[in-house]
Design a protein around this ligand. Structure first.
Ligand code: C2E
Ligand code: SIN
Ligand code: SIN
Ligand code: FE
Ligand code: FE
Length: 417
């Protein structure tokens, strides 16, 4: 059992790291990578149970959230993200993960291509056929909530021995992963609650079609995290700083427009172009938003304040609200005509510059009460055109570098129709 002592020490360390992550998406990705690490597995996928509403008929499904594969990842150029298609599985006994969700039992498959004759599920060859990867051993682990409900399933693939050979998952692996899952659940439930509370707050703030709002803010947050990650890699930021900032950024970005709570419905929901007066009222959402976070020093609050305050500033200084106090909204620096001077360049905090770009990209791609969605090519041309005027040119460069990842996030949080 000497080996296991070290394993349990590792589990405790992981537990304390996971419990510090606030954002649900960051956490899901991390839970998957840590699960693979504790049992030395090459690949895996994490699914979340969601209730999908298909014209009034509610069905529970497993929606794939993150997928990882070291073998395929290692064949990509350094820094490039593994792109996979997002899909969902019914909760029934036909697939391995579906069966795991249905029974809430761990499923250990020695060889996906030689299943025992008495199991109800079969192995879908699709993934292997598309990727050219060979799946052999599979461990599907249910993530059971403390109130009996199922949160999701972690499916890990291809255990490796110390020489790198693919082997079945052992009994010991089953024990370790079961303990791991208990810890992961606690962190996941907390993050899920935080996410729910944030989405409720946004629903209240924007007082508009909640279908649109929830996915818009999740996409903006996802793009922001993606862009930051590449920026931080370029700067050689330490992994610890990067993870912490990214976690805060993902959550804070969702709150960029909470200040819209102060804008009247007639303006917010106007089904057409604003008059100049309406537009200037709408512009106050930045100060209203930042004031909500007061002068709190917590890293999440101060980042949320920065983002709410500066996500409409432009790189060239032509944006709003400009140099005003973030809590009172009183100008602190005027031009000759008495208007606040815009912030420009690196006077705008990084997070504000990132969210500015993410927000406009998503707004252009989406339907709004006041506009139709633009076509993809037009959107990309517009983004490129605004490099150096509206947007930080380095961030636009990064945006185009990580575009495949950005498009993947659109798939993860599709617009409701
Ligand atoms: P939003 O809809 O989330 O849009 C965010 C930003 O994306 C906008 O900031 C703008 O920079 C950009 N954007 C959105 N649609 C277009 C477009 O068709 N063309 C161009 N060039 N840029 C676009 P902005 O303009 O400061 O607006 C802030 C918020 O004010 C918008 O958030 C939206 O909620 C509201 N809004 C702006 N203009 C109108 C309007 O004419 N009618 C209505 N009903 N709402 C508007
Ligand atoms: C699974 O079976 O759990 C994943 C989907 C498949 O490959 O069949
Ligand atoms: C613009 O706002 O740049 C014109 C395009 C539009 O409103 O759809
Ligand atoms: Fe805004
Ligand atoms: Fe927005």
């Amino acid at each position: 059992m000497a080996g296991n002592e070290a394993v349990f020490k590792t589990l405790i360390d992981i537990d304390s790291e996971l419990s510090q992550i606030q954002d649900l998406d960051i956490l899901l990705e991390r839970v998957l990578s840590e699960a693979r690490k504790v049992v030395n597995a090459d690949a895996g996928t994490i699914y979340v149970k969601e209730i999908l509403d298909d014209e009034g008929i509610k069905t529970e499904k497993l929606v794939m959230r993150y997928s990882q594969n070291d073998t395929i990842q290692n064949e990509l150029p350094p820094g490039q993200k593994l792109i996979y298609s997002v899909f969902s599985l019914p909760i029934n006994d036909k697939t391995i993960s579906g069966y795991c969700a249905l029974t809430q039992q761990l499923v250990n498959v020695r060889d996906a291509y030689n299943l025992p004759p008495d199991v109800p599920y079969s192995f879908g060859l699709n993934y292997d056929q598309i990727s050219g990867y060979k799946t052999t051993s599979i461990l599907a682990v249910p993530l059971k909530g403390t109130e009996g409900g199922l949160l999701g399933v972690i499916q890990i693939i291809n255990a490796k021995d110390k020489d790198g050979n693919v082997v079945p998952f052992s009994q010991n692996d089953e024990t370790i992963i079961t303990h791991f899952a208990v810890n992961a659940i606690a962190a996941l439930q907390k993050a899920q609650l935080t996410r729910t509370m944030i989405l409720r707050m946004i629903k209240m703030a924007e007082l508009r079609d909640p279908k649109e709002t929830g996915t818009h803010v999740n996409r903006v947050a996802g793009y922001a995290a993606e862009i930051y990650d590449r920026w931080a890699t370029r700067r050689g930021e330490s992994e610890e700083r990067r993870n912490k900032f990214k976690d805060n950024l993902r959550t804070a970005s969702m709150l960029h427009d909470v200040g819209k709570v102060a804008i009247s419905d007639t303006i917010l929901k106007k089904p057409g172009k604003f008059t100049p007066e309406e537009y200037s009222i709408m512009q106050t959402h930045c100060v209203h938003g930042s004031a909500l976070f007061g002068d709190s020093q917590s890293s999440l609050d101060s980042l949320s304040r920065d983002i709410a305050f500066t996500h409409h500033e432009n790189w060239d200084g032509t944006g709003y609200p400009g140099k005003v106090d973030p809590v009172t909204g009183m100008p602190v620096d005027f031009d000759d005509t008495g208007k606040p001077i815009g912030k420009k360049g690196e006077e705008i905090p990084l997070a504000g510059r990132i969210v500015a770009l993410a927000d406009v990209y998503d707004a252009l791609c989406s339907r709004r009460v006041y506009k139709e969605p633009w076509g993809e090519e037009d959107v990309l041309m517009e983004m490129r055109k605004m490099s150096g005027s509206k947007f930080d040119p380095e961030l636009i460069e990064i945006f185009f570098e990580v575009l495949p990842g950005i498009k993947q996030i659109r798939q993860l949080y599709p617009e409701a129709d």
